[in-house]
Design a protein around this ligand. Sequence first.
Ligand code: F6R
Length: 260
Amino acid sequence: MEVVIVADRHEAGGLVADAIAALVERSPAPVLGLATGSTPLPVYRELARRHASGRLSLATARAFLLDEYVGLPADHPQAYRSFIRRELEAHVDFAADAVQGPDANATDIPAGCAAYEAAIRAAGGVDLQLLGIGTDGHIGFNEPGSSLASRTRIKTLTDQTRRDNSRFFASLDEVPRHVVTQGIGTILEASHLVLLSFGEAKADATARAVEGPVTAMVPASALQLHRHATVVVDEAAAADLRLADYYRETWAHKPSWQGL
Ligand code: F6R
């Protein structure tokens, strides 16, 4: 696992946009894994900027969302499919139908989950998966206790996650209890995992994920099992990392040809 400590979210956005641009350059059919919530926004803003200035096209790319709330109408502003339309698709040039999310309103949810897994496989798998981390250590909506081998399925949000996400809703009562999320096993099949973590509220979960034991109690610790995982953190989120100086030194002396 590589840990990159950056000055701020803006720098993180640039680094990750570089990795996405390099992927788009080298692959005829790049497949992105997209996260929602606040964390990936600096990346999406940077991708939009590069597209606007003619430096980046996502016309050949496909993308799969990590997760979706159950029970929100498809056009609800906080439905993750709406979020990604508004925050990313509206500003770049994905082809029609190139971006897909799990169908959390399917009448047969398990069948919808299986279809989603099949769609990811049919696209050739995810090349670069963006991830945020919950204050309870979740990735996607794999809450503590999620099997490290889990696949796309319905999950119940913890109270902590519902409270964290209530800032996007008019009240806590409006935050759905259920979600459909890619499983940890599904996420681990992506070729490159890029987890972003910003702010002091994420420091404890980040340290437990990066330097603690691999455990279902900290779903993000599953990244330690992946052969190409990059964790990009700002100073505040890096506050509890014991090897912070080592990560800084490694990054400062990284061979320039290596990229993320
Ligand atoms: C969202 C997702 C979640 C978030 C996490 C952090 O698609 O998969 O794991 O990344 O809850 O949320 P923010 O970024 O809002 O702090």
